[in-house]
Design a protein. Structure first.
Length: 146
């Protein structure tokens, strides 16, 4: 819901992680990931910091998922019609900083590595904002940024 041209966006679910090329010679195959911050970039260039971050676990050599919910508040939504082919503003990128915790063999040492993961968003909104009030629902896909 948008009021006073301000609203929130919630990204919930799991973002994919690919650890198939990770070397297992020094570390145990399992790792833990803790999201410490998230940033959302909109099509007008503004950025917003997220809250409600997530944690997860994974196994090297496999595809995994980083579960979590990323809530971004006080996003400016201009008045206008949000249609499939035309949005006054839309999310274009989400970046998260993740602390990946690695446990060494035989488990006597642990290393925390901060990693920045970024996804490009290909989304469009459907809804209307009139006189600063309305509802917009976004749908689309996220792909890893290169």
């Amino acid at each position: 819901m948008v009021l006073g041209n301000k609203g929130a966006l919630l990204f919930a679910g799991a973002l994919g992680l690919d650890s198939r090329n990770c070397d297992l010679t020094v570390f145990k195959p399992a790792y833990t990931s803790i999201v410490t911050s998230a940033t959302l970039t909109m099509s007008d260039g503004t950025t917003y910091t997220g809250t409600g971050l997530g944690t997860g676990t994974g196994t090297f050599g496999q595809l995994g998922a980083l579960p979590g919910s990323f809530l971004f508040n006080n996003i400016h939504f201009p008045n206008g019609a949000y249609l499939a082919n035309s949005n006054p503003v839309r999310p274009t990128k989400i970046s998260v900083i993740v602390n990946v915790i690695l446990i060494g063999l035989p488990g006597l040492i642990s290393i925390t590595c901060p990693v920045v993961l970024t996804w490009n968003l290909s989304v469009f909104g459907v809804g209307t904002v009139i006189f600063g009030a309305g509802t917009i629902n976004y749908t689309g896909t996220a792909t890893p940024a290169s």
